[in-house]
Design a protein around this ligand. Structure first.
Ligand code: G6P
Length: 611
């Protein structure tokens, strides 16, 4: 999604703005631009394509300055093009970058056209530039103009505004899309994400909904949505720019796949004591609250939704509580029945996904839930701040658009939740202790599963020329098949579907022939014999069959008709999380062989902050 960087300093800001945009590249974008003030002259550079092209343009046509704003755009209104790239400008005086969507932009556009403004782009953003200009012409200063302009906007926005009328400041504002202030010594910054600014500061202010901020070299002022002065805390982050470096790895995705043993270990650390989950894991108020839970509603998007699907199997089987899982974009627009004592669980890596946040707000409205729990990877995110209970995954920054370590740590966190609910609902103690032990073994099992990489790299060659692929699983491994199909689609652009293996003969079997590889996940559990009959159905139709199977599972395939890869996980609670590892590697190696942009797949964004 779009990225914003702004800077006011006593040194040249061009390199700061470019480095900030580069740190945000992982979020996905299609064009980039910046605007600076040289004295009171506004200079703008924009390109379609990558930030390095903007950097080259700036080298060819330098614009040295000490104040500026910059943007990476992910097209929503208007095609990706230089003309639609931000910043947008009004009267050669006001310049704006924007993340989000302005829903009433058409009405505002007509009103501004009637007032004599000519539009030069198809974007919703351009109305903001003209609105601010019009308000400044009425005599308002930049802060007041931005307060009044944002009061007229419906929808979501994070913006940064420059005005040649007040050339020593950048004004920012946010509602529905994140924006932070970076506090430096004699210099201040704006960013849509702290990662944009880690090279220049580790001190941040997380703005509240509706806030407007003015940054100058020597200070900043914050106002609430009504324009009243507001105080917000400055916080120090432990994140460093190095934590988001790619190191020796060819892609962030590969690095993040290999970081999983450590990331899962961090997520479990200090939360399990031998054979017990520690009581304070979900916060002080949690034990009483969780003890009252009679149902669970899990809401999420994308890969996080798939983690929720696995958790449903665990919660129903271990705690005996009804559990539903729904994608946030559906949940938020339907009349959901909320029985008494239901726990709302939002799962999100970023904590800024627009639909998940809206679902949380819809869930909280009317106080129908017992409590809302966020399972999230970003401590300062809106989701965490707005939830009653929080369980942080500790995956560390995830840069690859296709989620890997965030998913595995979500499974670890949801494993903790499932077992805690199981304990509070009277699970047999010996079984509970055995399951806690199985969860604790996850980092080691993930490390072992990573050893399959050389075999997976060979297997990938059998997928690279295919147009389609089918993934099968049963029980808690079915969501793993769904996640595997998503990974392959996202980064290799091969059409992939996942089915519960038992559904095969109700339709997808019609697709199976020598052109359709079928990959099945086969842990050693009570569903194994059923799964094996499903695999026979595939073999009998001449399909190429690949099986990721537990060591103890007896499947044999002719080498020219398929392959079996082995894991040693037994019937462990965490088997789904372990079987997922080779499937992540498969998607990765297929994408590398196809030569796609692994970390920034076409059309996709890391964090979808618009609806
Ligand atoms: C985007 C990303 C996915 C992610 C989903 C939900 O689609 O590309 O990788 O799973 O958003 O994101 P969240 O931050 O809420 O987990």
């Amino acid at each position: 999604m779009c990225g914003i960087v702004g800077a006011v300093a006593d040194r040249e800001v061009g390199p700061i703005l470019i480095a900030g945009l580069q740190a945000l590249e992982y979020r996905g974008y299609d064009s980039a631009g910046l605007a600076v003030l040289q004295g009171s002259a506004l200079e703008r550079r924009r390109t379609q394509g990558k930030v390095r092209e903007l950097e080259q343009l700036l080298a060819a046509e330098p614009a040295p300055a000490r104040i500026g704003i910059a943007h990476t755009r992910w097209a929503t209104h208007g095609v990706p093009s230089t003309r639609n790239a931000h910043p947008h400008v009004s009267s050669d005086l006001v310049s704006v970058v924007h993340n989000g969507i302005i829903e009433n932009h058409e009405a505002l556009r007509r009103e501004l056209q009637d007032a004599g403004y000519a539009f030069s782009s198809e974007t919703d953003t351009e109305v903001i530039a003209h609105l601010v200009d019009a308000l400044q012409r009425e005599g308002l200063d930049l802060v007041q103009a931005v307060v009044r302009a944002t009061q007229r906007l419906h929808g979501a926005y994070a913006i940064a505004v420059l005005s040649a009328r007040e050339p020593d400041r950048v004004v920012g504002a946010r509602r529905g899309s994140p924006l932070v202030v970076g506090v430096g010594l004699g210099e201040h910054f704006l960013g849509s994400d702290v990662q944009a600014l880690l090279r220049v500061t580790n001190r941040f202010i997380y703005l509240d909904e509706g806030d407007v901020v003015e940054i100058r070299r020597d200070g900043y002022r914050i106002f609430d949505a009504d324009g009243r002065p507001a105080a917000r805390d400055v916080r120090e982050t432990d994140l460093t720019a190095d934590a988001v470096e790619r190191g020796e790895y060819r892609h962030y995705m590969l690095k993040e796949i290999h970081e999983q043993p450590e990331a899962v270990a961090r997520t479990l650390e200090g939360r399990i004591n031998g054979t017990r989950i520690l009581p304070n894991v979900f916060g002080v108020a949690a034990e009483t609250l969780l003890g009252r839970v009679r149902q669970v509603h899990i809401v999420a998007c994308g890969t996080s939704y798939h983690a929720g699907l696995v958790a449903r199997y665990w919660i129903e089987a271990l705690a005996g509580l009804p559990c539903s899982v729904e994608v946030a974009s559906e949940y938020r627009y339907r009349d959901v029945v909320v029985p008494a004592d239901t726990l709302f669980v939002a799962v999100s890596q970023s904590g800024e996904t627009a639909d998940t946040l809206a679902a949380l707000r819809a869930g909280k409205a009317g106080a129908r839930y017992l409590a809302a729990l966020a399972v999230c990877n970003v401590p300062e995110s809106s989701l965490v701040r707005e939830s009653d209970l929080v369980l942080m995954t500790r995956a560390g920054p995830e840069i690859g658009v296709a989620s890997t370590k965030a998913f595995t740590t979500q499974l670890a966190a949801l494993g903790l939740l499932s077992l805690e609910l199981a304990r509070l609902n009277g699970i047999d103690t010996a079984r509970y202790e055995r399951l806690v032990g199985e969860l604790s073994a996850l980092p080691r099992l993930v490390a072992e599963a990573l050893q399959l990489e050389p075999q997976i790299a060979i297997l990938a060659e059998r997928f690279v020329d295919k147009q389609h692929a089918l993934f099968l699983g049963r029980g808690a491994s079915y969501p793993i098949a769904v996640e595997a199909a998503l990974k392959l689609k996202e980064i290799s652009y091969i059409h992939a579907e996942a089915y519960p293996a038992g559904e095969l003969k109700h339709g997808p079997l019609a697709l199976v022939d020598e052109h359709m590889p079928v990959l099945a996940v086969a842990p050693n559990n009570q569903l194994l014999e059923k799964l094996k009959s499903n695999l026979e159905e595939v073999r009998a139709r001449g399909g190429e069959l690949f099986v990721i199977a537990d060591q103890a599972v007896d499947v044999k395939l002719d080498a020219d008709r398929g392959a079996v890869l082995r894991l040693n996980v037994g019937d462990s609670l965490v088997a789904p999380a372990v079987f997922n590892i080779p499937l992540q590697l498969l998607a990765y190696h297929v994408a590398v062989l196809k030569g796609t942009d692994v970390d920034q797949p076409r059309n996709l964004a890391k964090s979808v902050t618009v609806e």
